[in-house]
Design a protein around this ligand. Structure first.
Ligand code: PMV
Length: 340
């Protein structure tokens, strides 16, 4: 038996309608839709080496051996082996690099797990000669981190079964077809309000929704928002886009705050920025809006036509609320690719 390698770049994504709550093996409580990003990505080089004894995994992050990721990768491999049994006689060396710093407070699980799933499937394809299959890769990525399932496609990706999205599934994401061209060049500037590790992980947060008093209302709102978002994405209805995206972000955090135990991931400057964005939109003819993932940092979404004006607003007024003035300029991207 010989060794195999695979090298993939996979991006992060930002949800427009959020996934919050899961059951079974990482199956979502509701369908979600996201923009795939471009600049925030993970490059992973995977080497599969024939093993003699037990399966071994080693991980290097930016060239340094890192054992803190091993439990998550071990857990992922336990899910992968029944799906890709052709990999069971290998040990793995994972060399990975994120474009966004670890200390930026941006979750790397979507890009990291999708990059690893792509590498795993690629090596399985080399071993057996079967074709790469993005649906299957997305399913694998989901087992590592739910939102990672959506990073497999760009620029817009849907995960979770919903009557209005043909072919949608709880098991894997599908690409959204037919979005208005305005969304192909949409910008996402990520304001880093807090670089720290989250106090409550997404996994714990997902768990708390199961017995949440607002759970059923949330699933109903998410279902409706997915329905409306389909039309909004197809027609480029930016006014409704802004409304749904902001409502979703605030509902996600309202669910966190009203969980038992309650937790709050927003910081004072998160709220300050939200207020300033709303004020800016009122006084300028702008479609700038905010969204949040499970953290304090603020994603600003806006059309490319507003790049200069919003850029000035960020530099002159919002930057002061970012940790060390740090923000990341990203945009909607085309999805993962293989690195030669
Ligand atoms: O994929 P996870 O388990 O890290 O959960 C992601 C949850 C949110 O980012 C808050 C929402 C989403 O749909 O990405």
């Amino acid at each position: 038996m010989k060794s195999f390698t695979a090298h993939w770049r996979s991006p992060s994504n930002i949800a427009l309608v959020k996934y919050w709550g899961k059951h079974g093996v990482q199956l979502p409580a509701n369908a979600s839709v996201s923009f795939t990003l471009s600049e925030c990505h993970t490059d992973t080089l995977l080497t599969a080496v024939p093993r003699s004894n037990g399966q071994m995994v080693k991980v290097w992050v930016d060239g340094r051996e890192e054992s803190s990721f091993l439990p998550k990768i071990d857990a992922f491999l336990k899910h992968v082996m029944p799906v890709l049994p052709e990999l069971k006689d290998f040990s793995f060396e994972v060399r990975t690099h994120n474009t966004f710093p670890h200390s930026s407070g941006i979750a790397s699980s979507a890009s990291g797990m999708s990059a690893l799933a792509l590498c795993m499937y690629d090596i399985a394809s080399q071993v057996t000669g079967k074709e790469m299959n993005l649906e299957k890769v997305s399913e694998l990525a989901r087992l590592g981190s739910g939102s990672a399932s959506r990073s497999v496609y760009g620029p817009v990706s849907v995960w979770g079964d919903h009557d209005d999205y043909d072919g949608s599934s709880d098991r894997y994401a599908i690409p959204f077809k037919g979005h208005d061209k305005i969304f192909s060049t949409y910008l996402d500037t990520i304001l880093i309000v807090d670089r720290g590790e989250k106090k409550v992980s997404s996994s714990v947060g997902h768990g708390l929704i199961t017995h949440h008093p607002f759970a059923n209302a949330r699933y109903e709102v998410a279902r409706k928002n997915m329905k409306v978002m389909k039309r909004v994405l197809a027609e480029g209805d930016l006014e409704t886009f802004v409304k749904i995206v902001e409502d979703e972000a605030l509902m996600l955090h309202a669910l966190m705050m009203t969980s038992d135990p309650s937790f709050i991931l927003m910081k004072p400057y998160t709220l300050k920025i939200i207020e300033m964005v709303r004020e800016y939109r009122k006084t300028n003819r702008s479609f700038l809006c905010f969204t949040l993932d499970a953290g304090a940092n603020v994603h600003l979404l806006y059309p490319e036509a507003e790049k200069a004006s919003v850029g000035d607003f960020i530099e002159n007024e919002l930057k002061q609320y970012c940790a060390d003035g740090y923000y990341i300029c990203d945009q909607v991207g085309g999805g993962p690719f293989k690195i030669d």
